[in-house]
Design a protein around this ligand. Structure first.
Ligand SMILES: [Mg+2]
Length: 300
């Protein structure tokens, strides 16, 4: 698997330092430069770099103030920060670590050591990205897995609760999938699951749309920030998109691969939990199956 290109943000008020460091590290990652604290925070939020090299002594905002802001912001909190600084005393180094830095390099620095340490932290950053992917992505279909869904549902539930906005949840199931697997073989079944996942994903492209593989031939959809008629259109497009894949299924009444879905729209309040909401969606899915499949049943 090819790792995505890593990005380093280098922050220093002295231009010669920026030049030396970027020349040193340009073969390891994409480099972005900032010459003061304000620009550093803006670029960190915009680019979400994998590592920040941060000078401490700078006019206006010093590096300690910058790291405090980075750690206080949801977007930049997790980005590893390495201080590179003329403040070589133990107390400053201790402060740097206390504020959340992952490393502290004193000036005058030895280029070989800086490169080795940055490479070490890039390796860790790469492993974190890989771990995050392994933990959150379903390997067969490459869409988010159930673990990621649980996390996403919790987050969306809180947002909807706070804003008193409705949230749409849908449980989706591939019709007669067991029969398909038995008849066409597991390799063909896996291919269908991948095609269905990708087709659903394509229909759910707005920022607060979300689809995950729930397990087996089941998928689950969250639509945040939508009204009932909008969500109905989206889910019917999903159902139609699977029908349009036109995958033969001799043992299905529709002669092709189709999906059934059970959907609910609810505004989270203290009386309802996300687990109960999901259960209701599952009940509606059962109804969609009972009513002949290839349809979406709603609990409004
Ligand atoms: Mg400086």
């Amino acid at each position: 698997m090819i790792s995505p290109a890593l990005r380093i943000l280098i922050v220093d008020d002295e231009k010669p330092n920026l030049v030396v460091l970027s020349n040193l590290l340009k073969t390891e990652a994409q480099i972005t430069l900032a010459s003061n604290g304000k620009a550093a925070i803006e670029k960190a939020q915009e680019l979400k770099p994998d590592i920040i090299l941060l000078d401490v002594v700078m006019p206006d905002q010093n590096g300690f103030e910058v790291i405090k802001q980075l750690k206080a912001c949801e977007i930049t909190r997790a980005i590893p920060v390495i201080f590179i600084t003329a403040l070589g005393d133990v107390a400053s180094e201790e402060t740097g670590f206390e504020l959340g830095a992952c490393d502290y390099i004193s000036k005058p620095f030895h280029l070989g050591i800086v490169k080795a340490r940055v490479k070490l932290h890039l390796t860790i950053a790469r492993q974190c990205i890989m771990l995050e992917m392994l933990a959150n992505v379903d390997p067969l279909t490459t869409i988010p897995n159930r673990r990621k869904f649980d996390e996403q549902l919790e987050a969306e539930w809180l947002i909807a609760q706070r804003n008193q906005q409705p949230l749409v949840l849908a449980m989706v199931d591939v019709d007669k999938f067991k029969q398909y697997n038995d008849h066409y073989g597991h390799a063909a079944g896996d291919k269908v699951l991948t095609q269905v996942a990708q087709a659903l994903n394509k229909q759910l492209q707005r920022p607060r749309d979300f689809v995950a593989r729930y397990g087996g031939e089941e998928f689950v959809i969250i639509i945040g920030d939508s009204d009932l008629s909008g969500a109905k259109a989206v889910l019917d497009n999903c159902r139609q998109a699977i029908e349009d894949l036109d995958i033969e299924h001799e043992l299905s009444t529709h002669n092709k691969i189709t999906i059934s879905a059970g959907a609910i729209i609810c505004t989270p309040n203290n009386g309802v939990t996300s687990v109960q909401a999901l259960k209701q969606a599952d009940t509606m899915l059962y109804q969609a199956k009972e009513c002949g499949r290839n349809q979406v049943c709603w609990n409004e």
